[in-house]
Ligand binder design. Sequence first.
Ligand code: ZN
Length: 409
Amino acid sequence: MIRRDYSEIFEFAKNNSAFYSKKFNDIELDAVNSTDDIPITYRDEIVDNEIEVIPIKYIINSSQYKIVSERTSGSTGKFIEINWDYRDYLLSMSQLVYYRHKYYKIRPNDKRCQFYTWIDGVDGKEIVMLSKNCMAFPKAYLSNDDLKTYFEQMQTFQPVWMILQPSIAYLLAKFVIDNRIKIPASIKYIELTGEMYSKSTRLLVEEVFKCHVANQYGTYEFNSIAYECPFGNMHILDKNVIVEVVDDSENNVADGNEGKIVVTTKINKVMPFVRYCVGDSGKIEKNKGCKCGNCSEILKVTIGRSDDKVHLSSEDNVSFYDFISSMQRTDSMDAISVLQFRISQIAIDEFEVDAVIKGNKTNFETIFINNITNPELKKAKYRFRYYDSLLPDEAGKIKIFKSLVEVRK
Ligand SMILES: [Zn+2]
């Protein structure tokens, strides 16, 4: 038996979206034992094909609906335009809004600042008021002069909170320290989203801004998927989404095991994604009575979005999780803080590591390589380059791992 909230969106998608009518044509829910029998939707099926996903009523009666659209950040090169009925959009955020207030006392109308990559009709250089309570700065302009202007604007605006991707939060924190900037006293909360980050980055942001910091995991396709409570657990926002973790054969893994994160919307009727592979890996853990009182399950994202694999000469291609976990362990060992990093594979046994660290560089290099578990990766050549900060790429993100090696079939 498939749970009811799942079967409702499945039937809706199958009966209303041309894409899903075709995809689910042979599937009758009555005959299905588990969601594993429902095929997964991949991003590539949707790129250049977005319109097929949208139920016809939203296209022919578009004037009856207030449709809002956003673009996925395109970290894999191509973006998807995601459409929502505005009421669904607000509804999909309501559980997050509830917990933001419950945990951190942030109300929906509290003034906030954020950064943007793309806004329809905006050239990407300006500071934009998205509403009277929301000031947005362009992510493409992050020079010291730009940051100085943004802090001046913030002083006048007096935001209560900010939504930031960790690389931007790091940049702001560093700018504050280097230039002895006075932080607006109004700021009492920062939400980090959109990238993975190290413990040291988070500590730095907490120290500099002296406020609550919480992690929020989401995608444009679904809005928020999981949100961190004050006890450090990322609770799944189960009124908005159904989350599954599957193995390479697209079957659910046992609780606590790692796999690909697959999400089904409960809210977005304009683009009713069912079992959609968001491109991240992670695991779901049973909630054993979190002290915050939220009973929903806990999601741990282990590898952020990237389709790139590490290519080895002796075995199959492997994921870059070994690098992430090595960096996580190196961070805080031997007085080293790993604040940002990015790794490129330039040959089968050669890697470039761009890093922002505090501490002894030679020790960092030795410990990082020591912490790698795969013997072939441990033996590879690493060239380290050090920076004050790493900036997001043109897609607006820091890609943790990139392979420049030709992909073997
Ligand atoms: Zn909790």
